[in-house]
Design a protein around this ligand. Structure first.
Ligand code: GDP
Length: 166
């Protein structure tokens, strides 16, 4: 997400449907135990320093349908430098939901042009959709207007998360 050293905390917005693994990814980044999570009701703010570069503030926002109306408010408060869109790659049934819920909220003026990282989580599950198979990734983000990439990870195993973000 950029190579320039900085001491200024940079805000990163984590979005995606409920159960996609957002909180588990944050816990993994913090080095916390990931087996138990509780659904995010509003927003969880967590600071994380992955290396000696820019410290990040992660905005883990609740993904349940009734909470998605608030993403815009959090985006406006956060003014994020990047957006992480987490997908449950082990649950293809919810891809359609994710692909409509997230892109339409990326059009907010404060999010226009903000780089997007799509994380296809739960790669440890047999049959999980691979990031390369997510040809739909570009569609998922409606993202021809910004820098974007799609990578796989497993919050359960801890694979791919830090590498995707630093
Ligand atoms: P959130 O609602 O997006 O914050 O999702 P959570 O982090 O609460 O995770 C939802 C469920 O998925 C929990 O039961 C997690 O243990 C599980 N989970 C999260 N990441 C992974 C993963 O990489 N692999 C597997 N198998 N399960 C995961």
């Amino acid at each position: 997400m950029g190579n320039a050293p900085s001491t200024r905390v940079q805000d990163v917005l984590l979005v995606g449907c409920d159960n996609s693994g957002k909180t588990s990814i944050v816990k993994r980044l913090l080095g916390d135990e990931t087996r138990t999570t509780t659904p995010t009701a509003g927003v969880n703010l967590k600071s994380v320093a992955l290396d000696d570069r820019t410290p990040l503030q992660l905005w883990d926002v609740g993904g349940r349908q009734t909470l998605r109306q608030y993403w815009r408010d959090y985006a406006r408060q956060a003014r994020p430098v990047a957006i992480i869109f987490v997908i449950d790659a082990a649950d293809p049934r919810r891809l359609a939901e994710a692909s409509t819920a997230v892109p339409k909220r990326l059009n907010d003026p404060v999010l226009v042009g903000v780089p997007l990282l799509v994380l296809a989580n739960k790669q440890d599950v047999a049959g999980a959709i691979r990031p390369t198979e997510l040809g739909a990734c570009r569609k998922l983000g409606g993202i021809s207007d910004r820098a974007s990439r799609c990578l796989g990870c497993s919050a359960l195993r801890g694979d791919g998360i830090v590498d995707a973000i630093v």
